[in-house]
Design a protein around this ligand. Sequence first.
Ligand code: SF4
Ligand code: SF4
Length: 519
Amino acid sequence: MATTDEPVAQQHDVEPVNRRDKQQPLYAARKKIHPKRAEGTFRRFKWLVMAVTLGIYYITPWIRWDRGDFAPDQAVLIDLVNRRFYFFFIEIWPQEFYYVAGMLVMAGIGLFLVTSSVGRAWCGYTCPQTVWVDLFLVIERAVEGERNKRIKLDKEPWSASKIGKRTLKHAIWVLIALSTGGAWIFYFADAPQLAMNFISGEAPGVAYSTVAVLAFTTYTLGGLMREQVCTYMCPWPRIQGAMLDEHSLTVTYNNWRGEPRSRHQKRSQEEGKPIGDCVDCNACVAVCPMGIDIRDGQQLECITCALCIDACDAVMDKVGHERGLISYATLSDYNSNMRMALNEETGRIEPERVRDSDRKLSSAVKHTTIKSVFRPRTLAYFSVWALIGLAMSYHVATRGRLDLNILHDRNPLFVTLSNGDVRNGYTVKVLNMMPEPRTVRVSLSGVPGAVMSLPESSDDPTDVLYLDVEPDKLRNQRIFVRANPAEMPDATMELTFTVQDIFGSERAEYETRFETGGL
Ligand code: SF4
Ligand code: SF4
């Protein structure tokens, strides 16, 4: 029994799902977890990240972006029919897929950067599985109550009240799942129009099947399977081990100050027993969405959401100990503190070794700070990531929006006209990547005296042609070029086509051949 004046932390009747001292098969039947709501800095940060990520996902397709009369006004649109990707002022054509590849490379390096700096922060804060599980838990708490009420409800026999609560919870989950799938399809078509068609039953079948599949997976993975997705289905926990090093931040139970744990600290102190700061209240286990006990050390299941830090800090405040018994720490700092606390002769942790006479943590204790994030490895990742980003931004800002491609006729390679001139035929492809109509001036160089004509006016050759090109379109145009072979030094001459926007400075060139057959 604790003495009456001893500050007592609330004890939680909870057991981790993967107790270290129990034999576990590779796949264990699921033990239902009822995470308690945490309060604190990390929980608030998670609410913020959740609001921002969900907001971005649901709202983005409804943002409008004026691109003029000839292009869609949806800010972010994957236009599969016309093979375009619109992202605010950026428009990506299929032949510019390297930008998408570049973004994927950046995402990969970004993940390396984040993991080597702050461990599995992606898993704990921004992974869609984490965000949607959090959202589904909010509904569960709102309908069924906090942890103890939910456990009680689980054990209760079926009654009208239980059926009502379960029906309401699952109905809201299904609505969330449907709106998740629904939001996804709006990225692929004009959102307001598709929404109306969807409701009136006039949307394409693929829209309905996509919503159905995504709603099913959201409901199943986020509502029913929850932590099992992270433990059994996701490859990331297995990969991340290779990216961490001894300076990466991970959520750590500082057993060098926490052990030996004791529920009756004052009594143990009076009995002269060594005591650590852990009051063995299990609050850290009760809030864990993965249902594990961080005091068992680093575990594959831990998504580093840091909710156990919030829970433990609240307990430390209550019992009058310094915060940080569970904290973000590097392995290097942890090892250094552990060396201080460990009695090598007995092999036991003696927490008084890391304390001053006033029971405060010794100034020799290493505290991990944000500075740990800045080290050669993370700076190298950041440099590569930033360089790719800068190179891509520069390329996007300076890329041409006018392109030219030429196919020289192969059969016949040339024809001889009645006046002795030689004529070659070309298929000229002018690509206008602007969302507005353009007129381009076509000119030739490289072949002395060369003139050109369109098939419909082949008797009226000229040295300059004007072509209209529709917005966001490719114009295929047959052009004949003729010249006097007597003026040419070689049987094959290099011929350059140039197109230039008549209202701008943008131009494109293409080099091809002009054949005379040595006449
Ligand atoms: S142990 Fe802590 S950091 Fe890890 S998943 Fe559980 S609550 Fe989150
Ligand atoms: S680590 Fe903190 S929250 Fe967890 S049991 Fe010990 S005192 Fe309680």
